[in-house]
Design a protein around this ligand. Structure first.
Ligand SMILES: [Mn+2]
Length: 327
């Protein structure tokens, strides 16, 4: 089977040329942006490059075990000049957050990304909107640079590939994704152990929050819609942080017979965040837009200025109309 060959010459040239490199991950970092940066860093270090890692937000606890994760710094911590500033998995400049200040400290500004909506904001833009994870492009880059795919590199890439594809289950998943995952496993990297840490291991406060969320789960429209709600008091009672709620969003949709779900949670600024999910062919992007938000067809969201119960009630009404439209 022939492998994909992406047009990588431009980005390969600037990577080979640079001696000092600053890499930037997107705000609210995930496994793909972090895994890709850490993997590429390991390869470039072996090529005697000096690599610095930046992200404006804290690395999530469940990704801190990845080799090199402790190297991330806030953008304010850099007074240095770099040959190359490289954004990874950053679809537009706003997603750099405060790291955009680093632009003034670099000669060349480049990016590697896989979002179809990428705005080509760099001087060198390596964008493949068909790649289901940025780590797939990073893997090809490392190979073309002649870097060895060590178990550490493989672990970082596997985590990015897995987290961006719902562990190779999303519709966007390609045959290449499966083949690369096979290559990574072949290095002997402890990928199964990584999955346990990322998908199963949870701090007690998160499990307590999940219990409250499930307690609140309500069925609507003859069991085709579910809603889940969490108030500020729920978070407080569990000692939970806002990001602890990120695991909850899919539970409402995972119930047999459910086509659409909404998860409403009170936020620190007094607004309610609505996270909407649906199964194909039902769409929630229009529902999100109705509330001034946006997103993908089957995963979207919005923040609204309404009391929690009212926000969820209106979202459910809107989803009912959407269901009728589809049928
Ligand atoms: Mn990604």
């Amino acid at each position: 089977m022939t492998r994909l060959m992406r047009p990588l010459d431009g980005i390969l040239a600037v990577l080979r040329e640079a001696r000092t490199i600053a890499m930037v991950c997107h705000v609210n970092p995930d496994g793909d942006t972090i895994g890709g940066a850490l993997a590429l860093r390991l390869g470039l270090i072996k090529m005697d490059k000096q690599v610095s890692l930046f992200c404006q937000d804290k690395i999530p606890d469940n990704l801190c075990f990845l080799p090199g994760a402790e190297e991330f710094r806030m953008p304010e911590a850099s007074g240095q000049h770099y040959d190359l500033l490289l954004c990874l998995d950053v679809s537009d400049e706003k997603r750099m957050g405060r790291c955009s200040a680093l632009r003034a400290q670099a000669d060349v500004f480049a990016q590697v990304d896989h979002h179809g909506t990428n705005t080509r904001y760099g001087m060198v833009n390596c964008v493949d909107g068909t790649a289901p994870a940025n780590c797939l492009i990073i893997y090809e880059l490392l190979q073309r640079l002649g870097c060895e795919i060590t178990t550490d590199v493989a672990l970082c890439l596997a985590v990015g590939l897995s987290t961006d594809t719902g562990n190779l289950t999303y519709k966007s998943t390609t045959p290449e994704a499966y083949r690369v995952m096979g290559d990574l496993l072949e290095t002997g990297a402890p990928i199964g152990e990584a999955y346990r840490r990322i998908y199963r291991e949870r701090p007690p406060r998160q499990v307590a929050l999940l219990a409250r969320a499930l307690e609140s789960l309500t069925f609507h429209d003859e069991g085709r819609i579910t809603s889940i709600r969490l108030s500020s008091q729920d978070f407080e009672a569990c000692g939970a942080l806002p990001e602890d709620a990120n695991i909850i969003v899919n539970y409402g949709l995972d119930v047999l017979g459910v086509c659409m779900s909404v998860f409403g949670r009170e936020q620190a600024d007094g607004t309610v965040k609505l996270s909407l999910r649906s199964i194909d062919p039902y769409q929630v992007s229009g529902v999100a837009q109705h509330f001034g938000g946006g997103g993908h067809a089957q995963a979207a969201g919005a923040s609204v200025q309404l009391p929690l119960d009212e926000a969820v009630r209106q979202a459910v009404e809107c989803m009912k109309k959407e269901l009728e439209k589809t049928e």
